[in-house]
Structures are given as structure tokens and as C-alpha cells.
Design a protein around this ligand. Structure first.
Ligand SMILES: [Zn+2]
Length: 443
């Protein structure tokens, strides 16, 4: 996964003492580079150097860097560019993966919507790819093991995830987990220990990975000849169409389209043979990938259709992104005005869902606890902490029952239906939700 070579300073070495000094400086720089940030010089996919920078969100702390106490934090830029050679949309800066993912607070199992999606997916995958008892399924970025836990007993599952804190949660669920960033080296170790995989899945993880080449090298090592790689991620087509700018943050290095992916996959002897779209996370695409040399599956028409759709929507034109950047500005501006108006009328405003998206939006609006009193969240790990940047306290959803705030900003709009069902009580007591994306709406 993400590799951070420290920047090398080439200092003329005239004596041994100088050599040690240079080595020391080099090690120090390596250490610093591991912790901090690098500017992307070349496209992650095609290695091109020509970019169209189209979006500059305000710099902010790590969006999942929740705090025990409000303290002043380091802020990182959040700028997005489009590669003019292959069309890949990516962040201009990369924060060290170690800093982002070694301790991870987002848990896939916290949402019923996702749980249902995982259950249906596992069922369909077993059927479609005839996964019999003894077959091996491995999940990259397995998080708390929830997806793998939905496979029938008898199928061998292995989660691979760098988050040490989630391993115990997954194991308690009966999902064996190997703690590591996925790379060619990890794949070799896993192959020795667990054997090859019939199915490798990566759900909402590829956008997090800087060294995609390393990951596909790893897939080549681990995947059986007729095995399938399943790649699922939020789709850039949906992000642009629905103005989901708050899904742009430091962890999401890449915003994928079909064609740039085809390019990098081809380089690794892999090809997409089917594509599906789902409504999860504001619009998701799932790609089925096979080894080009073995080709166990026929390429379906959905792949060509998706490419055509991207062309038709102008996804390979700079102008589309310039327009997107202009269009989204009204959301933070409108939200600031609305909250100001409500506070003036002595209305109490809180937030719903302390997600990374929430932190992007809070940061864009420059809100603090005076604007948004607290945020409710069902993840026990987050309760009692403060949001990064805005320093708003996070409390349990129970608070909504005793306390009676007037408005709740719906930060997790991707789970809107689920929350509306769950929070009938809040609505009946006169509470209202402010949904910010794609357009400010009060429910
Ligand atoms: Zn490129």
C-alpha cells in the first residue's frame, strides 16, 4: 500500500562525518515523510504530469482524526485535480496511510443499509461464482469483518486490514483477520499462510490506496487463475451529478471512472468483465475483474455501456469539473446563512452523524459548538470525543430523547432513509432535519 520514500537531499559528501550527517538527515526526513504529507507529482494511474486543478476546499485536519480534547491541530490541504492524460481525478496531496488507517473509527457494521447490502451481495456472489464449501474469499480493507461474516459457513474467509483496533471486533464475529496494508509483499505472506483466493473483494477501499500498482501486483499473486476480483467504490459520476463534494477528503485519494481503471488493470494483466451500480454511499459502482490471460468470463455489455455513459456525461472533459466546482459553492454558503438565521431566532441546532463528511462540511462552513451544539452518533467509539477542526462534542443518539433540539443537520445523507425511519420520535416531537446535499432541504 502507500509507500512513502523520504525525500532525499543530495548534499556533497566530503568526509565521513558528512556522510553520517546526511544519513541522519535522510532517516529524519523519512520519519517526517511517514507522518506527514506529500504533493502528488504524477498521476497515480498513468504517471502523467499534466493536471487540471479544479477544486480547492479549505485545508482541514484529518477528517477521521477525532479528538479526546479540543486542541489545535495540523491542517492539510484538500485540493482536487484531473489528470489530463488519462482522466483520473485525484487529490493533489497524500497523507501517510499509517497516520490515517492504523487506528480506524469508521465501522461498516454500524449501518443497517450497508449490512443489507453486504448480505445480498454475499448471497449473489456465492450463487454467481459457484462458491462451494472450501472456497476462499479474501477481503481487502475488511474493516470490522462484517462483509465476510455474511458468507455461508464452510467458505473460508480472510480479512486483510491495517486497523489494529478492528481486528478484535472482526475476530469476535468469527472472521480471521490479517493486520497489514495490502501489497505484493502482504499477498505473498498471505498466500503462504492461507493459499490462493477464489474471490478477492475490496469494498470502499481502493480510493484510500496510494500505490494502486502494488495492490494489483498483490492481486496477481493471490488470485486463482479463474478467480474474480470485485472492486466496489463510490462512483465519480454520482459524486458530480449529486454534488457530493463532502465525500472529498484526505482518505479518498482517488475518484474513479471506468476508463482510467481499465488502463491500470490492463498493465497488470487484468480486465473488467462486468459492472453494476448501487445506490449505497450516494452512488456506488461495482466492477468484476478477471485475469486477461485466463478469461473465465465473457465481458458483458454493461462495461461498454458504462464507458459510453461517462463520455455522454462529459466525465472526460475539464469543463464538467469546472462547472461542478462552481455549482457546489452554494451549499456551504446557504448552510451558513440558514444556521445563522435559526440561531438568531433562538432555535437550537445539532448534527446527526459524526462522519468524515460531517467534518468536511463543518470545516467548509467554519462552524463550531456555538453553531452546532453537539453531534449524535451511534458508534460507541466516537461518543465522548470531539470532531476534528470544529471541536463539536459527539454524544449518543439517546440524547435526542431527553434533550429537544429544534434542528439536526443530516451529515450522513447517504443513510437518510434509514435515519428517518429510526428517528420518527425526533420528528414527532417537532424536530426537523436539515439535509445539505445535493441541495439544502428541510424535512
Ligand atoms: Zn493519468
Amino acid at each position: 500500500m502507500p509507500r512513502f520514500g523520504g525525500a532525499l537531499f543530495y548534499v556533497p559528501i566530503s568526509c565521513l562525518k558528512g556522510f553520517f550527517l546526511v544519513s541522519y538527515v535522510h532517516i529524519l526526513l523519512m520519519k517526517m515523510a511517514e507522518k506527514t504529507i506529500i504533493k502528488l507529482e504524477r498521476c497515480r494511474i498513468c504517471k502523467g504530469k499534466k493536471f487540471f486543478p479544479f477544486l480547492k476546499l479549505r485545508s482541514m485536519p484529518r477528517p477521521n482524526g477525532f479528538l479526546k480534547k479540543p486542541i489545535k491541530e495540523e491542517r492539510y490541504p484538500l485540493d482536487v485535480s484531473r489528470c489530463q492524460t488519462c482522466g483520473h481525478v485525484q487529490l493533489d496531496h497524500v497523507i501517510s496511510a499509517k497516520a490515517l488507517f492504523s487506528r480506524y473509527l469508521y465501522m461498516s457494521s454500524m449501518s443497517k443499509t450497508m449490512l443489507d447490502h453486504f448480505r445480498t451481495s454475499a448471497k449473489n456472489l456465492v450463487k454467481r461464482f459457484k462458491l462451494k464449501p472450501g472456497a476462499s474469499v479474501m477481503d481487502i480493507g475488511s474493516n470490522d469483518g462484517i462483509f465476510l461474516s455474511t458468507f455461508p459457513k464452510g467458505i473460508k474467509t480472510l480479512g486483510i486490514d491495517p486497523a489494529k483496533n478492528l481486528k478484535a471486533v472482526a475476530q469476535a464475529r468469527g472472521v480471521e483477520t490479517y493486520v497489514a496494508f495490502f501489497s505484493e509483499q502482504t499477498a505473498k505472506t498471505v498466500l503462504k499462510k492461507y493459499g490462493p483466493a477464489d474471490l478477492i473483494s475490496g469494498i470502499n477501499v481502493f480510493a484510500h490506496i496510494h500505490d494502486l500498482d502494488g495492490v494489483f501486483d498483490g492481486v496477481q499473486v493471490l488470485l486463482k487463475k479463474d478467480g474474480v476480483l470485485l472492486m466496489e467504490f463510490p462512483y465519480l459520476v454520482d459524486l458530480v451529478a449529486k454534488k457530493e463534494f463532502d465525500t472529498i477528503y484526505h482518505e479518498h485519494l482517488s475518484y474513479f471512472l471506468l476508463k482510467p481503471l481499465q488502463l491500470i488493470l490492463a498493465r497488470h494483466g487484468l480486465e473488467i468483465f462486468d459492472a453494476e451500480r448501487f445506490p449505497t454511499h450516494g452512488g456506488t459502482v461495482r466492477l468484476y475483474v478477471q485475469r486477461t490471460i485466463n478469461k473465465p468470463y465473457t465481458v458483458t455489455s454493461s462495461v461498454v455501456k458504462l464507458g459510453r455513459l461517462e463520455d455522454r456525461l462529459g466525465m472526460y472533459k475539464d469543463a464538467t469539473y469546472a462547472k461542478f466546482s462552481k455549482n457546489i459553492q452554494s451549499i456551504p454558503v446557504g448552510l451558513i446563512a440558514l444556521v445563522k438565521k435559526l440561531r438568531k431566532a433562538n432555535k437550537r441546532v445539532i448534527g446527526y452523524g459524526a462522519s468524515a463528511k460531517a467534518n468536511v462540511l463543518l470545516n467548509m462552513c467554519g462552524f463550531g459548538p456555538k453553531d452546532v451544539e453537539y453531534i449524535v452518533d451511534s458508534t460507541p467509539y466516537k461518543q465522548g470525543l470531539y470532531t476534528p477542526g470544529a471541536h463539536i462534542p459527539i454524544v449518543s443518539e439517546e440524547r435526542l430523547k431527553e434533550d429537544r433540539p429544534d434542528y439536526a443537520i443530516m451529515f450522513i445523507w447517504n443513510f437518510l432513509d434509514e435515519v428517518l425511519k429510526k428517528q420518527q420520535g425526533f420528528l414527532k416531537r417537532g424536530g426537523k432535519f436539515i439535509v445539505p446535499v445535493p441541495k439544502i432541504k428541510i424535512i
